[in-house]
Design a protein around this ligand. Structure first.
Ligand SMILES: *Cc1c(COP(=O)(O)O)cnc(C)c1O
Length: 426
């Protein structure tokens, strides 16, 4: 079989199983094409994508503007490394810092790298600005977090599957409950070594846990009170997914077209990834103001590909699409509609307990055990009915379609979902 022969789905899955490391457990569907809210498998069957590559494809698959920017730039210059300047990076940094309202940006590639970068910045700030004793800095994190897969990041995960047999672990992290301000203040007071608080505005991988209304603003106020950095991991929640440009926008619904992000809860350090490129290319970033970012000096940190000209061109285009197509407002409106429709279904359902989320980052909780395979089986049935979603746990299914969806398409999806669920009612 030649490498470029057309594969059947079974052949493609067999190849991955035989030659690829088994570090994922994909839903059995093999995709070969995407456009907007749709993807197609190798046999030509069309699906609604209700995962959006974990919210990387907010702007829709293969957005022509983003693909255009990528291919144009790829013809001119793809990589210089940061040993030299390139003519795209500065433009992108200016655009993105103005867009989100920060002084500076540090470019990386993946979400995990950007989280690592934020942790390093936070520690260095702790020693050089806050004057914590060397090697004593601690960073507060939340239980059930997901921040990526590096050795340091899994050191403060409490997912046994992500952690076991990957030790020894990195020190310097304090774990508290999510959405618990009392525990946050307890961890902050009487501990002069706390440097930062790293938090997801909504815990996505944990199952789309939305914290109490005032959690983020009060947590930010506590961080200010104790002089620690509020670090928002918006890799999944950012870039319009939750109905605002950023989930840390407080009560802003982004009706204000000039909204530059974070009037109410402005993080000291903002971590972005995923949809920063619209899913076209690995692009991530850490944003902060000068008082924080200036602790980073030549040689302290870097990445061969971070800030490459293709990434810069792609990210500018991807961010422009978010504004031009008013994706935050769309996510807000469609999210309200989605939860209202699913709630109607839940009224008479035994199989679904609840729907929760913000904007188009939502999840349903299935009435079964956490370690059951009901959610997986529902996802297989959804696939058969033309909609792709993935469980986050045995009993939770995340629903996060591209934000470029129309109202008609969303209602079509609701009907696929409710019809599928009906077959599982006891
Ligand atoms: C996906 C994700 C990451 C990690 O991003 P990668 O690009 O997979 O390394 C970090 N934080 C959050 C909140 C995420 O959802």
């Amino acid at each position: 079989m030649a490498v470029l022969d057309q594969l059947t789905s079974q052949e493609a899955m067999d190849l991955e199983n035989k030659y690829g490391a088994h570090n994922y457990h994909p839903l059995p569907v093999v995709l070969s094409k995407g456009e907007g809210v749709y993807v197609w498998d190798v046999e030509g069957k069309k699906y609604y994508d209700f995962l959006s590559a974990y919210s990387a494809v907010n702007q829709g698959h293969c957005h022509p503007k983003i693909v255009g920017a990528m291919t144009e730039q790829a013809k001119n210059l793809t990589l210089t490394s940061r040993a030299f300047y390139n003519d795209m990076l500065g433009r992108y940094e200016k655009y993105a810092t103005e867009y989100f309202g920060f002084d500076k940006l540090l470019p990386m590639n993946t979400g995990a790298e950007a989280v690592e970068t934020a942790l390093k910045i936070c520690r260095k700030w702790a020693y050089e600005v806050k004057n914590i004793d060397e090697n004593e800095a601690e960073i507060i994190v939340c239980k059930n977090n997901f921040h990526g897969r590096t050795t340091t990041i899994i050191s403060f995960s409490n997912d046994p599957v992500a952690r076991k047999n990957f030790g020894p672990y990195t020190n310097g992290f304090i774990k508290i409950d999510y959405d618990n301000l009392e525990q946050l203040e307890d961890a902050l007071k009487n501990n002069k070594n706390v440097a930062g608080f790293l938090v997801e505005p909504i815990q996505g991988e944990a199952g789309v846990y939305v914290p109490s209304e005032d959690y983020l603003s009060k947590a930010k106020a506590l961080c200010e009170k104790y002089n620690v950095l509020f670090i928002a991991d918006e890799v999944q929640t950012g870039i319009a997914r939750t109905g605002r440009l950023l989930a840390t926008c407080g009560n802003c619904t982004c009706e204000d077209k000039n909204c530059s992000g974070t009037p109410e809860v402005k993080p000291d350090v903002l971590i972005l990834g995923k949809a920063l490129s619209g899913g076209a290319y690995p692009v991530s970033a850490v944003l902060a103001n000068d008082n924080v970012m200036n602790v980073i000096r030549p040689g302290n940190h870097g990445s061969t590909f971070g800030g490459n000209p293709v990434a810069a061109a792609v990210a500018i285009a991807a961010l422009e699409v978010v504004k031009e197509e008013d994706l935050a407002q769309k996510a807000f409106d469609l999210g309200e509609l989605f939860r209202a429709e699913i709630n109607k279904y839940i009224e008479t359902s035994n199989i679904v307990n609840l729907v929760r989320g913000k904007g188009l980052l939502n999840a349903i909780v299935i009435n079964d055990d956490e370690d059951s395979d009901t959610a997986w089986n529902i996802c297989l049935a959804l696939r058969d009915n033309g909609l792709l979603a993935k469980p986050t746990h045995g009993n939770i299914i995340r629903f996060a379609p591209p934000l470029v969806m129309t109202k008609e398409q969303l209602l079509d999806c609701v009907s696929i979902i409710t019809k599928t669920l009906e077959a599982f009612e006891k």
